[in-house]
Design a protein around this ligand. Structure first.
Ligand SMILES: [Zn+2]
Length: 330
């Protein structure tokens, strides 16, 4: 049984490829953080080594060892800090390439999973390219990334791509209740906040500091929205300081911002439809709110293209409308 929640299209494709013995040597699995990329990759690693007829069975020693990250032929590689920068360096890839050429020791296939593949250094990417050009027959290489545009085209073109998209909120809520035994109400709230990325919801359920971080960021956001330029630029500089090492924190913050403005837009539209006089009287048109959301999304794109983060953030701060006396929305 595949453990990954949802993504039925991807699972069906992989199931079919395994059955017909037409699995590719390398896959590029893309999707936003916490959407299920690693779980899908681990499921696939179990499936290619599983001893039973409908892999991954989740019960044989092969499946259990893969899922427990203690299978001798599985290498799960992540991003390390190197001189203050996040990177996957040449040494790690050389070592992985060396292992890849050895025969499988415990199972049928060697599987290398590289998380955050956009952080491959140029040297490392070139070493990986050699492996992709002449892959050993028993090797399965899985590259995971939230930013496929940052993957070298030469690598990209040698991988079969699988795109994972955020899950419907109801599906996340249902999985939280049935698999993680989260009470209904909390499951619904977490699912809504997760934006369809179930890994975020399960982590937030198990680790209260995640929600605390979110609340703190929201508070800073509402302060910023009410603040003048001086304060805004100070916060822009602070956020820009997160780059490039804490790219994920930066993106999470901007996602939260986009979500906050979207909520404001929805509240306004709903109020207008129902002539609800309790609508937030912030003096902003729907067009202005939409423009703010667009600016935030554009800033994220610029950051992905490695534009100077301070300039990108200052430009965003200049364009966001000022609202006096806003309250944090949940
Ligand atoms: Zn199995």
């Amino acid at each position: 049984m595949w453990r990954v929640v949802g993504h039925t299209g991807a699972v069906r494709l992989l199931d079919h490829s395994i059955e017909s013995d037409r699995l590719a040597h390398a896959y590029l699995i893309t999707g936003p953080p916490h959407v299920g990329k690693t779980t899908l990759a681990m499921d696939l690693a179990a499936a290619v080594n599983c001893e039973r007829t409908s892999p991954p069975c989740g019960e044989c020693p092969q499946c259990l060892h893969v899922w427990g990250s203690r299978h001798a032929d599985l290498q799960l590689m992540g991003v390390a800090e190197e001189e203050g920068r996040k990177a996957i360096g040449i040494d790690a890839i050389r070592e992985a390439a060396h292992q890849a050429h050895l025969n499988p020791f415990e199972g049928k296939s060697r599987v290398i999973i590289i998380e955050g593949a956009e952080h491959l250094s140029e040297e490392a990417a070139n070493a990986l390219l050699k492996l992709l050009e002449e892959p050993p027959p028993h090797l399965l290489l899985l590259l995971l990334t939230a930013s496929p545009d940052l993957i070298l085209p030469t690598i990209h073109s040698r991988c079969q791509r699988i795109d994972l998209h955020p899950l419907p909120i109801e599906q996340v809520a249902e999985a939280l209740t049935t698999r993680w035994e989260v009470p209904d109400e909390e499951a619904h709230d977490l699912a809504k906040l997760s934006n369809g990325c179930i890994g975020w919801a399960t982590e937030a359920w198990q680790d209260s500091s995640i929600m605390e971080t979110r609340d703190r960021r929201l508070e800073r956001l509402t302060d910023t929205v009410a603040a003048g330029l001086e304060e805004r630029f100070a916060y822009a500089a602070e956020l820009a300081g997160l780059m490039p090492q804490q790219r994920t924190a930066m993106h999470e913050t901007l996602n939260l911002w986009a979500e906050w403005w979207r909520d404001l837009l929805v509240a306004k539209a709903t109020a207008e439809d129902g002539n609800d006089t309790t609508s937030p009287d912030d003096g902003l048109s729907k067009g202005a709110l939409l423009a703010a959301i667009r600016e935030i999304l554009r800033t994220q794109e610029l950051l992905d293209m490695n534009i100077n983060p301070r300039l990108a953030m200052e430009s965003l701060m200049l364009s966001l409308p000022q609202i006096e006396g806003v309250a944090a929305q949940q």
